[in-house]
Design a protein around this ligand. Structure first.
Ligand code: M6R
Length: 607
């Protein structure tokens, strides 16, 4: 996720672009840059937050009234001045900013290198600038169109050329893009809040559309060149609502971003037959074949993601796997060796305990693979291999979309390792691949059922205690659902395997005590229903997360939150979303500070 801006009009572009980028900084903040046209096109860019760019612009200002800008969240290449956008072709006449991923960038790059091209950055974006320059024969719109035809992936890009002053061309393929219409001036941005204080009239660009922007307005076309008659919408949000994209809280916004996050995490990495490509994972096949154990280490929500990984490695790959809390593993004196792989999972890549456990694993000779959301984080720098989750910055302390991306990343890793070891049946690999590619649509559907989470939230908002149960993968989801609820609603909640209930906790189940049960694992369905019956017999209230086709649960549950039927191995991906929404709505009903719950911090950098 990155933030992009564009401006054409009578005013100086620089302050408008920088101000817009500040408002888009939540989308990425590892580097930023702008390009302004004034006869020639000049670029200023700097690693780090927007403030570094502003400092640079004080020393080296840019004058001109047409420009584009970008704030970056790295996907290809570390955060650095040279990888910051905008990027240009070698002549400097064509400049590009871009949000998203060009999936076939490696083959495009190799093709350009064969033709003698040299690159100054490690980004996929620079390739676009080279291609556009090569395709240009007097019409920038056609050059962009031909470049888009060559490029695969999900992205938005904004292009400007010295050859056609006063014009910006932009394309949307999945990543968001809006046009703001002013009086004799036009804005482009990744989202409405970036320019809402300048205009309230917007055109939303949709997938596979391009827009040609001048000071007089915008012309929208399909990528194939057919005209599009798009309605101008008038926005009347207040500025606080706008920052959160119209959502009341960042947490809700991030929950709703999950379909897009899944698309980004998968982009360019998973073929239909289940073949996986992981750009920063370099272990060789002999090492993978010789692996005798996988350790997964993490804290909090990342640990809960690891529980899913553990189950997949064991069950699908038949490979011994242990997930351990990082703060426990570091003092547990584990027996590790070079035939083992340690996977450290951390959204921030800066959690002190996770870093310590990862270092310890490395010192003991285990290879170390980081699953993290932050490019260039301490964990990523330390790791032998990296699997970036590409969830974009997560603002809410309660992790949702980063967790989702961690799950998807682990399915990819398991498929990659399983293919080498020959332990994943090709039909299962293809089914998982298909299921993962369908998942953004499934999650959209689950999100559209938010009202059922509100009904469940009403039922538990005044409870003293809430229990979460499930078996296997559902137990992992129960753990995450319980953590989400307690950290933002401040209700006491506990999760346990469904079979464990009768070994003690059942003593606490009395009239009306809510028990949330997750039922996506068909192989152990009847066993879980036994626990449900134990709860019902003591007067407990059952709130279930169940597939659409599960009619049995209607006999026992007081409330059912339905999810579409999916392959059991992917059940948790869909089942966690109603639990995130449940936690959110309970906290909202209890009037809590949802994005910044008491006593907690987004990144725990102390032991
Ligand atoms: O940045 P990390 O993923 O390493 O953070 C680990 C935990 O602190 C984090 O997941 C925490 O549990 C979340 N706030 C829970 O929503």
């Amino acid at each position: 996720m990155c933030g992009i801006m564009g401006y054409v009009g009578p005013q100086e572009a620089t302050p408008i672009l920088v101000d817009g980028l500040r408002r888009l900084e939540y989308r990425g903040y590892d580097s930023a840059g702008i390009a302004v046209a004034n006869g020639s096109i000049d670029i200023r860019k700097a690693q780090g937050k927007i403030v570094n760019l502003e400092t640079l612009l004080e020393v080296e200002p840019l004058a001109g009234s047409v420009g584009i800008g970008h704030t970056r969240w790295a996907t290809h290449g570390v955060p650095s001045d040279k990888n910051a956008h905008p990027h240009s072709d070698p002549s400097g006449e064509f400049v590009v900013v871009h949000n998203g991923i060009i999936e076939n960038f490696q083959s495009l790059k190799e093709g350009l290198i064969d033709k003698g091209a040299e690159f100054t950055s490690e980004t996929d974006t620079e390739i676009l600038a080279h291609l556009i320059a090569r395709e240009y024969d007097g019409d920038i719109v056609e050059a962009v169109r031909r470049t888009v035809a060559l490029s695969e992936g999900a992205y938005a890009m904004v292009v400007m050329t010295k050859r056609e002053p006063g014009k910006i061309v932009a394309v949307r393929k999945i990543s968001p893009l809006v046009v703001g219409l002013g009086d004799g001036e036009t804005f482009l941005a990744s989202d409405i809040p970036a320019v809402l204080h300048r205009t309230r009239d917007f055109i939303i660009i949709e997938d596979d559309e391009m827009v040609i922007v001048t000071a007089d307005g915008a012309t929208v076309e399909t990528i194939d060149g057919s005209p599009v008659d798009r309605e101008v919408i008038h926005i009347d949000w207040d500025s606080q609502q706008a920052e959160k994209g119209g959502y009341e809280h960042f947490m809700l916004k991030e929950i709703n971003e999950q379909p897009a996050v899944i698309t980004e995490t998968l982009a360019g990495r998973l073929d239909e037959d289940g073949t996986v490509w992981l750009e920063d994972v370099s272990f060789d096949d002999d090492y993978v074949r010789d692996l005798d154990r996988v350790w997964i280490t993490a804290c909090g929500t990342a640990y809960h993601a690891g529980l899913i990984g553990q189950e997949i490695f064991r069950r699908v790959l038949r490979l011994p796997a242990n997930v351990e809390y990082a703060h426990e593993l570091r003092y547990a004196d584990p027996i590790m060796s070079s035939n083992q792989l340690t996977i450290a999972i951390s959204q921030s890549g800066e959690t002190a305990d996770t870093l310590a456990a990862a270092r310890q694993a490395g010192e003991q000779g285990s290879r170390m693979l980081a699953i993290t959301n932050v490019v260039g984080s301490t964990l990523a720098r330390y790791a032998d291999d990296i699997l970036y989750t590409r969830a974009g910055p997560e603002i809410s302390v309660a992790s949702t979309k980063a967790y989702m991306a961690m799950l998807i990343a682990q399915y990819l890793l398991a498929l990659r390792i399983g293919a080498v070891r020959g332990t994943v049946d090709p039909d299962l690999a293809a089914a998982l691949s298909h299921g993962l590619h369908q998942m953004p649509g499934v999650i959209e559907e689950v999100l559209s059922r938010e009202p059922q989470a509100i009904v469940a939230a009403e039922a538990i908002k005044d409870a003293q205690d809430v229990y979460f149960i499930g078996r296997g993968l559902d137990y992992a989801i129960a753990m995450e659902g319980s953590l989400k609820l307690k950290e933002i609603s401040y209700l006491h909640s506990e999760a346990m395997p469904a079979g464990e209930l009768k070994h003690g906790t059942l003593a606490l189940i009395t009239d009306g005590v809510p028990v949330v049960v997750i039922l996506t694992q068909r192989a152990v369905y009847d066993k879980t229903i036994s626990a449900v019956q134990e709860v019902k017999a003591r007067g407990g209230r059952i709130i279930a997360v169940a597939y659409d086709t599960d009619t049995e649960i209607d006999k026992y549950a007081d409330i059912v939150m339905r999810i579409p039927d999916v392959e059991d191995l992917l059940g948790p991906v869909a089942a966690v979303v109603p639990l995130q929404l449940l936690a959110y709505h309970v906290a909202r009903m209890r009037d809590h500070d949802i994005d910044q719950p008491r006593n907690l911090a987004k990144s725990v950098t102390v032991e």
